[in-house]
Design a protein around this ligand. Structure first.
Ligand SMILES: [Zn+2]
Ligand SMILES: [Zn+2]
Length: 83
């Protein structure tokens, strides 16, 4: 692959656009954010719905005027509870 290949540039740009769109939708946050326990490898034995946000995240969102993150699911597979 040569540098400056227009096809490579295009696919990179498309990816960047998709990521930007996902972030704008809030999808990226739901997909990638994990709670502190999961980040440190402490997972639920049974998949259990839980938020990625800890008390500090919720307080930070409140202090900075952002949406309460406590209803955003943790991105880890152990948060995928069956409905
Ligand atoms: Zn988690
Ligand atoms: Zn987990």
């Amino acid at each position: 692959m040569s540098y400056g290949d227009p096809r490579y540039d295009k696919s990179w740009k498309q990816q960047a656009d998709e990521i930007a769109a996902a972030i704008a939708n809030g999808d990226a946050i739901v997909c990638y954010a994990k709670c502190e326990s999961c980040q440190f490898g402490c997972h639920y034995d049974e998949p259990t719905w839980h938020s990625w946000a800890g008390p500090e995240d919720i307080a930070h969102a409140k202090a900075t005027g952002q949406k309460d993150p406590s209803d955003s699911r943790c991105g880890c597979s152990c948060a995928e509870a069956e409905q």
